[in-house]
Design a protein around this ligand. Structure first.
Ligand code: RFL
Ligand code: PHB
Length: 398
């Protein structure tokens, strides 16, 4: 067994772990990241596409925002389609001047990985049997096995950034944890292709055949999603079948403009709302998907992970620089207040846009009437816009 020491041991090299690692490095705080899979595997997971301003600001604070600003596409609106007609939500106007940015999670992750490698910082990929120990004492440590050798990292704090299926949340004492969960009775089938996006902005579609989303990664790369039953498997969906079904859910103009092509990636993601309370167990803190999951409808998952990391980072800096634990003590409650607001929006937006099994005919009529109301009311447009671009960090304190 080898033993090393660091200030913060981070479990998981997804966006949460990498962003925290980079911020800590900039602040002169030592961290080691331990990741179960390879770097290539992490980069192969096609996930989020939309960054809120808080996430953009954090990438800048971490010193890794240059390529994002060069290549990211700023979007000031989204389109909503139901009953064959499209309506635009002017995000910028109704959120008091804010926008979102199209920049894939893959690219953000790559920027963080590159910065970490350039700074010579340690990320242990393909670490197996990771375990967290003694986080209820002043001397926590993490162990893992790599190439048959057991390694131990002694640390001051453990950051559980290891996603929904990680080891950190699972290691918290059951008596100290409360979990809230809702699993939706459908999934999203996603397809990535090197084809120009059907529209300059994203289109969220409520169709009688189920939800669809037209998203993008660049001017030449599109990302589309279809609501599918949980019983479907990705192998059962040929590219042709996907494009055909998408066309049926679009309006006439989009149907005509849609450019199809071979898929670069296709996968099905289940939809879930999930929150763990609290997010702190002694000297172990959960951040990102380790502590909560939102259905992707509101594009909130990665952005919430970024704000968790911001709050945790601020608390750690306060601990090391000012010898105050006020920030760390406040972390769980502060992060959870923001998480629940995003959970509510994501749940509401999911219910508004999807077909649920056993829905009565009247349900679609209610959805259409609600969409009609939202799109023709200042209050309605503001409700969507201010939540979609992300509520201010000090929301609720003003
Ligand atoms: P991740 O990305 O899951 O990373 C966790 C990392 O921990 C590793 N790990 C372990 N490492 C060591 N030991 C163990 N025992 C470990 N167990 C796990 C894993 O291998 C992994 O590398 O969590 P993180 O960093 O908190 O990041 C969260 C985001 O990935 C997630 O919230 C978003 O992708 C959600 N999401 C979206 N978020 C947005 O903000 N905007 C979007 O537009 C958006 N679209 C989406 C999405 C998620 C999707 N899927 C597939 C769930 C679209 C989709 C389809
Ligand atoms: C995506 O581009 O992957 C994406 C965009 C918006 C969402 C969800 C996913 O709401």
């Amino acid at each position: 067994m080898t033993t090393t020491r660091t200030q913060v041991a981070i479990v998981g090299a997804g966006p949460s772990g990498l962003l925290l690692g980079q911020l800590l490095h900039k602040a002169g705080i030592d961290a080691v990241i331990v990741e179960r899979v390879s770097g290539d595997y992490v980069l192969g997971r096609i996930r989020a596409g939309i960054l809120e301003q808080v996430c953009i600001d954090l990438m800048d604070e971490a010193g890794v925002g240059a390529r994002m600003h060069r290549e990211g596409l700023v979007h000031g609106g989204i389109e909503m389609l139901w009953d064959g007609r499209r309506h635009r939500v002017d995000l910028n106007r109704y959120s008091g001047g804010k926008n979102v940015m199209v920049y894939g999670q893959t690219e953000l992750t790559r920027d963080l990985m590159d910065a970490r490698a350039a700074a010579g910082l340690t990320t242990v990929y393909e670490a197996h049997h990771t375990a967290v120990h003694d986080f209820d004492t002043a001397r926590p440590y993490v162990t893992y096995v790599k190439n048959g050798v057991t390694h131990r990292i002694d640390c001051d704090f453990i950051a559980g950034c290891d996603g929904f299926h990680g080891v950190c949340r699972a290691s918290a004492p059951r008596s100290a944890i409360r979990e809230y969960e809702k699993v939706y009775p459908f999934g999203w089938l996603g397809l990535l292709s090197d084809t120009p996006p059907v529209c300059d902005e994203l289109i969220y579609v409520n169709s009688e055949r189920g939800f669809a989303l037209c998203s993008q990664r660049s001017k030449t790369r599109s990302r589309y999603y279809l609501q599918v039953p949980l019983t479907h498997h990705v192998e059962d969906w040929s590219d042709d079948a996907f494009w055909q079904e998408l066309r049926l859910r679009l309006d006439d103009e989009a149907r005509e403009r849609l450019v199809t092509g071979p898929s670069l990636e296709k996968s099905i993601a289940p939809l879930r709302s999930f929150v763990t309370e609290p997010l702190r167990f002694g000297r172990m803190f959960l951040a990102g998907d380790a502590g909560h999951i939102v259905p992707p409808t509101g594009a909130k998952g990665l952005n919430l992970a970024a704000t968790d990391v911001k709050y945790l980072f601020d608390g750690l800096v306060q601990h090391y620089r000012e010898r105050s634990d006020a920030g760390l003590d406040a972390y769980s409650a502060k992060a959870l207040a923001r998480i629940w607001r995003a959970e509510r929006f994501s749940w509401w937006f999911t219910q508004l846009m999807h077909r649920f099994p056993h829905d009565e005919q009247i349900t679609a009529k209610f959805q259409h009437a609600e969409l009609d109301y939202l799109m023709h009311s200042e209050a309605g447009l503001r409700t969507i816009a201010e939540n979609y671009v992300g509520l201010p960090l000090d929301f609720g304190q003003r």
